[in-house]
Design a protein around this ligand. Sequence first.
Ligand SMILES: Nc1c(NC[C@H](O)[C@H](O)[C@H](O)CO)[nH]c(=O)[nH]c1=O
Ligand SMILES: CC(=O)[C@@H](O)COP(=O)(O)O
Length: 158
Amino acid sequence: MPNIKTVSGDFRVPDARFAIVAGRFNSFIVDSLVSGAIDALTRHGVSEDQIELINVPGAFEIPLVAQRAAESERFDGIIAVGAVIRGGTPHFDFVAGECVKGLSRVALDQGLPVGFGVLTVDTIEQAIERAGTKAGNKGAEAALTVLEMVSLLRVLEG
Ligand SMILES: Nc1c(NC[C@H](O)[C@H](O)[C@H](O)CO)[nH]c(=O)[nH]c1=O
Ligand SMILES: CC(=O)[C@@H](O)COP(=O)(O)O
């Protein structure tokens, strides 16, 4: 688009620091999301000492800890990963709903990129598919999104 000022981020964010906040519930799935997130970051030049992994009990607890991490001003971006799998009661809706609402609030209140790599799925099969098999890895996707957003905010800030 000639003559249109265009502002974009890329995936190069030297010196940026990242927190991965992981809900341990359904850890056999979440471990793959964590690995996917770390892999995506390190493939894009982020070194391991720029990444901190913070484990919390479940998806419901992710927003509070993400908020504390943001308030610490030690991180440029936060990647939330977890796996909420529907059971037989309405519990799923509360856990998943509060998790996404809380994370969205953290991003806006703290002005910090927050990646939503929390699976909210009906079945274990759907979770497996999104944790590094046929439907990709949502932890990796969230990490890439945060990389781009950190870069974009740096461009916007000049
Ligand atoms: N059922 C799932 C949960 N439930 C646990 C909650 O996240 C929370 O830890 C508990 O209610 C205590 O406050 N968490 C998940 O991450 N995934 C689930 O499928
Ligand atoms: C997402 C959940 O909270 C879920 O695992 C709970 O299962 P249930 O609704 O059968 O208690």
